[in-house]
Design a protein around this ligand. Structure first.
Ligand SMILES: C=C(O[C@@H]1C=C(C(=O)O)C=C[C@H]1O)C(=O)O
Length: 118
């Protein structure tokens, strides 16, 4: 780079970004284990999507975002997208572990509940 860009400063901040990413991945892996436990408790695909719980999760995340200085709209978009991925993950897990076929109703239900990224 040119134009007097502080390359050493950029390298240093990127190192910190990589460290934060490592922590984020660790936390997501911990969430994955819990989401899988929830899936095993639910047992059936028809119980995977829970609109009330999705809303409660979003409300909690908005509160945390305000607390930690993350823009709420940003947090909300990440969580809506994430929730869709977790729902898919649970359905995939059920298929893997029980051979149960998830019916299309689940994903269309999640779309109706506004879980798609907009
Ligand atoms: C993990 C669950 O399953 C789904 C995924 C959720 C999540 O990722 O937070 C929340 C509700 C459900 O739609 C759950 O019911 O708690």
């Amino acid at each position: 780079m040119d134009d007097g860009v502080n390359e050493a400063g950029l390298d240093a901040v990127r190192l910190k970004i990589d460290r934060v990413d490592r922590q984020l991945v660790r936390l997501l892996a911990a969430r994955k284990d819990l989401v899988e436990t929830a899936a095993r408790i639910k047992r059936y695909p028809r119980y995977v999507v829970d609109a009330d719980r999705n809303e409660a999760v979003l409300e909690n995340v908005r509160r945390c975002a305000a607390e930690f200085g993350l823009p709420q709209a940003f947090a909300e978009r990440v969580w809506r997208f994430q929730t869709e991925l977790w729902i898919r993950h649970q359905l995939d897990l059920m298929v893997r572990e029980s051979g149960e076929i998830p019916y299309a109703g689940n994903m269309s239900a999640s779309r109706e509940q506004g879980l798609r990224t907009r």
